[in-house]
Ligand binder design. Sequence first.
Ligand code: XMP
Length: 319
Amino acid sequence: DWTMASYREEAVQKIREQVGDKQVICALSGGVDSSVAAVLIHEAIGEQLTCVFVDHGLLRMNEAEEVVGMFRDHYNLPLIHADETELFLGKLEGVSDPETKRKIIGGLFIDVFQKYANEIEGAEFLAQGTLYPDVIESVSFSGGPSVTIKSHHNVGGLPEKMGLKLVEPLRALFKDEVRALGRELGLPDHFIGRHPFPGPGLAIRCPGEITREKLEILRKADAVYIDQIRKHGLYDEIWQAFVAILPVRTVGVMGDGRTYDFACALRAVTSVDGMTADYYPFSHEFLGETATRIINEVKGINRVTYDVTSKPPGTIEWE
Ligand code: XMP
């Protein structure tokens, strides 16, 4: 794509001019925006960039390993894997209110990022994967151009507090252009086409109290569900798909025994921008096969339901 090739060249040039010989830090979430920003900036300034991947222990199966593996080993990008699972899960213990969960996670995310960033000698810049739609929204939102409204991976307010200047090489781009740039930079297709994943992660797919047991079960069920969707070639037709583990145990029967395990809900929606959404019309065959697989393969779940709520009146996530 010649447009993206020249965008890439110009962006690299601009980043070099802006940064000079100074250090840049970047909160890498593994999402498309922060990933493309990081790879582009790394191409421009190499070792002057350090990324911090904050692992809150609320990621999907193998997610941390995949993200860290790809950026550290494949792209050779200086990356700190901040495994703060104990901290986050500790502070979330006994918390069941959705907004309280978000506040706790958002606050800790900033603390943790700041802690690691402070250890990076001479950092003067903070890189963010802010897109053009974020810029427009934040202008009407806050009156200032440099604050994104994205939930917790947004480190809004932090640059000022830490005395950092912003590097935002994607500010002129829309989402589909970021994907094109990502391809141009050699990011794998399956990575660029990934469904959005919320900052608070599995916390908001585990309505009620979060426990390690529930998270373990949820990760396994979600992996089976996504595997089913990929095997049936449906992944790219769907905006977002995931499992929520419900805070209720139900009675079942398996072999010659009674079970008393968690129920879960499958969610899949189509959408253009996440603002409105329709539930995805899976075939009964697909749903039945998926339910059977989850119950057979995931210890701890004995009932599978499908969420047929559109947005509005529902939201995409369960919390
Ligand atoms: P809802 O559930 O509001 O979700 O219909 C719309 C889109 O936003 C994502 N989402 C979040 N993303 N922090 C995020 O970074 C959050 O707190 C959050 N809540 C929802 C959701 O996954 C969907 O793509």
